[in-house]
Write a protein that binds this ligand. Structure first.
Ligand SMILES: Cc1ncc(COP(=O)(O)O)c(C=O)c1O
Length: 416
């Protein structure tokens, strides 16, 4: 049975006074950049720093007495686990949360702190799939209720409350809402509410370009496994969407947008540096989608709400975020340079090939036994995108053999 606007509104009633109503802030920066009237729904300001407490709480609070006493279980490496821990500490229901061993210590500690005495955190298994299998086995042996991260009508109705708040908070009906998509729980809930309460509002669904599993499902006529997955946008990198969430997307037919991971990094840095907002990669997906060069079909001045879905970013990730943003903007390039077996070759490269503002950010001889000569991996950062063509011209004119390492090349993985 599909989720209705009434289900979402009933969920909103259950959440009242427990799960925070987050602010809706206008973004002068994104409005100026896009010519639209852009608003950010600040789910990063939830207690658990993402919207995930909504769906988890809406599910757990509806369990029967018998189900409550048998407890719940889930597997997650991130925000869903925090949502479940929060829901269980508020309802007094015990949870066993399975985390893969790769989960950073900071996340384990946050999940344990949110859940307090009600949550057992089990760290086992090498991958998320291993943790999910352990959680599944535990549910079968103990009778605990699984709490799905997206493919459950109670989870979906809870996530949909984001859109109910937006309609309440915005003075006029929004022309469009941009929603990030992983397994599709938030998207399904938003579509359910808007179809009945604001059918004129368009829904734009933003997926990571390297994990566009909802677009793949809509193309195939049902959920399919993506053969390859870029895991960088961890919250939204889902190999296969759910059957409930797929059905909702199939009914609602949102505009699907594939957002390159590098563009998400560009937006994460602008959020951080210009707006003072810490967004995790999945949290920045929706605002990043407004920066796509492809036309979005929105008239100038349209009112657009982006769901900034989460802010659990580990500070150690920013180095990679900066790197990916520079590459995406065409400001950072990598080359394999074959230096001839003669003295002074490196000096000539510096003098003749590099421009006055170009910077070497990486220099590594590929053959350790052959220092000073032989091929080297060289990273060059430019001040301006226009500096690229002259750099390439000087490389072509030099006597050196130079090969550009394309971001799509397997070698590129070693430099990021
Ligand atoms: C911050 C954030 N945004 C978006 C998503 C995608 O969620 P959904 O599975 O509801 O599509 C997630 C999922 O964990 C998330 O943590």
């Amino acid at each position: 049975m599909s989720v209705t606007a009434q289900d979402v509104e009933a969920a909103a009633g259950r959440l009242e006074g427990v799960v925070g109503r987050t602010p809706l802030h206008r973004s002068p920066r994104l409005s100026a950049l896009t010519g639209l009237d852009v608003w950010l729904k600040r789910e990063d300001l939830q207690d658990v720093r993402s919207y995930k407490a909504r769906g988890a709480y809406n599910l757990v609070v509806q369990l029967s007495k018998a189900e409550r006493s048998a407890g719940v279980t889930c597997a997650s490496a991130g925000n869903h686990a925090q949502g479940v821990a929060f829901a269980c500490s508020r309802t007094g229901v015990r949870a066993r949360i399975h985390l893969p061993r790769t989960t950073p210590r900071q996340k384990r500690e946050r999940i344990a702190a949110l859940g307090g005495q009600f949550v057992d955190v089990v760290v086992d298994g090498d991958t998320y799939d291993d943790a999910a299998a352990l959680s599944h086995a535990y549910a079968l042996s103990s009778g605990a209720t699984p709490v799905p991260a997206f493919d459950d009508v109670r989870t979906i109705a809870g996530q949909g409350t984001v859109a109910a708040e937006v309609l309440d908070q915005l003075p006029a009906t929004p022309d469009a809402i941009v929603v990030p998509v992983g397994g599709g729980g938030l998207l399904a809930g938003v579509l359910a509410l808007l179809a009945e309460r604001s059918p004129g509002t368009r829904v734009l669904a933003a997926e990571p370009a390297g994990a566009a599993s909802m677009a793949a499902a809509l193309d195939a006529g049902g959920p399919v496994d993506l053969p390859d997955l870029d895991g960088f946008i961890d919250g939204a990198a889902v190999r296969r969407v759910g059957s409930e969430t797929y059905a909702a997307a199939d009914r609602g037919r949102p505009t699907m947008l594939a957002v390159p991971e590098g563009l998400v990094c560009v937006e994460m840095l602008d959020l951080y540096q210009s707006d003072g907002i810490i967004a995790e990669p999945a949290g920045a997906l929706a605002p990043a989608a407004l920066r796509l060069s492809a036309p979005l079909g929105l008239a100038p001045g349209s009112t657009v709400v982006c769901v900034l879905s989460g802010g659990n970013n580990d500070v150690s990730r920013y180095a990679e975020v900066v790197e990916r943003a520079l590459v995406h903007e065409g400001l950072k390039h990598y080359f394999l340079v074959d230096f001839p077996q003669e003295p002074g070759a490196l000096r000539r490269f510096l003098d003749e090939v590099l421009g006055p503002d170009d910077d070497i950010t990486l220099f590594e001889y590929v053959k350790r036994s052959n220092r000073e000569t032989g091929p080297a991996l060289v990273g060059v950062e430019l001040q301006r995108r226009e500096d690229y063509a002259p750099l390439m011209r000087r490389m072509a004119d030099s006597a050196l053999r130079v090969e550009l390492v394309e971001p799509t090349s397997p070698l590129f993985r070693f430099v990021q």
